[in-house]
Design a protein around this ligand. Sequence first.
Ligand SMILES: *Cc1c(COP(=O)(O)O)cnc(C)c1O
Length: 472
Amino acid sequence: MRYISTRGGSNERRFCEILLEGLAPDGGLYMPAFYPRIDEGTLQKWRGLSYPDLAFQILSLYIDDIPPGDLRRIVEKTYTVEIFGSPEIVPLKPLGEGLSLQKLSNGPTLAFKDMAMQLLGNLFEYELQRRRETLNILGATSGDTGSAAEYAMRGKKAIRVFMLSPHGRMSAFQQAQMYSLQDPNIHNIAIEGVFDDCQDIVKAVSADLEFKHRYRVGTVNSINWARLLAQVVYYFAGYLQATGSNHERVSFAVPSGNFGNICAGHVARMMGLPIGKLILATNENDVLDEFFRTGDYRVRKNHETFETSSPSMDISKASNLERFIFDLSGRNATRTRQLFSAELGRHGRFSVTPEEYARIAEFGFVSGKSTHAERVATIQNASRHYSVTIDPHTADGLKVASERLTPGVHTIVLETALPVKFADMIREATGCDAVCPPSLAGLEQLPRRYVVLPSSVDAVKALLIDRCNAFV
Ligand SMILES: *Cc1c(COP(=O)(O)O)cnc(C)c1O
């Protein structure tokens, strides 16, 4: 498999080359040169495979520069009962007739981001050892991404993580999760500012190419193709669990922010998985719902981004949408570059043509949004009618799914986090405390290890240099 940029500029790359890279040099996102098609016979053979075996089959279609034996070992080490809590790894929980919840949040940090990040950690470790290189991962988090990255990279020899978070602004549980890590390769930096300040510092450091090169600074953000690829696997696993034969179609409802999770569903559908609809759900930050309803993509300013009770979806622009636009335009890199580089750069918005808009339906996408009041009502309904407590993000997905059910088509709602991560919201909705998995009881009492820095690029650079020198 070769990888190309959505903006057409760079040479073709192989998987391990793009693994450690962020954006393509021309500013585009990497895409596989084609989507391998899964025929009915193959899908039939995949029924009954364990999750690691299924993951190995799918990853092998996209990774041909890691020997199969090594790739198999990496996958088997990643998707275990010990790490993900059940032999199915992503079990379905039936809610009602034709409706299920797919549990993606039983990894170490209780959000679906573990599904990809745990694999990424093992792939990074493997590739860095092979190259005899080290990497300093610099990231910014408002909660889920930072902890998923830290739990995936902790204890890994060739990797250090420097994670910036807004001082005192994450949920109590999220702070405890990150700051209680004592591994010497994990560096938590609480910035005296908001999430956008953290993000701006990461961008400024990454833009200093001399510094970036000298201190081997890399990222793990959601545009990384390996993260997307890992997520493709659970769409297949969900489909195979929900159906008895390959003639059935299944729809997926996906709480969306950066368009990473649902983009993996798009890839699975392009590979031939019989997906009916891809139902995209947003919260009050409805950039994506607006796009799928109108064909207008209008990036919001930071000050126009609402703080909501499903905070991991509070985004003002959806980084992975460029991948879908590339496919929507018939894989036309010139058109993609025009929209994302020229129009978005100049006007902060673009509109697809009526012909392009008409094609969106062919890709199965529909969308909807949910508000705080609807989130609360959905959490209450789920606990009353289905006896499950769902987190506020999953509630956005279930709310929109309920409006989009197709008779005769099974709909799977992706559970993107466990409720205990958002305790205040669960208490507001149900009057009860969310259950904490026994392995994490007492987390909030553990000693914490983090430093507080002012919102300053130089301060962060100085700390990075200091910690790097301490280890040579
Ligand atoms: C990251 C996240 C999302 C959004 O996923 P995208 O891939 O960015 O669309 C939704 N819910 C939770 C709990 C998350 O952590």
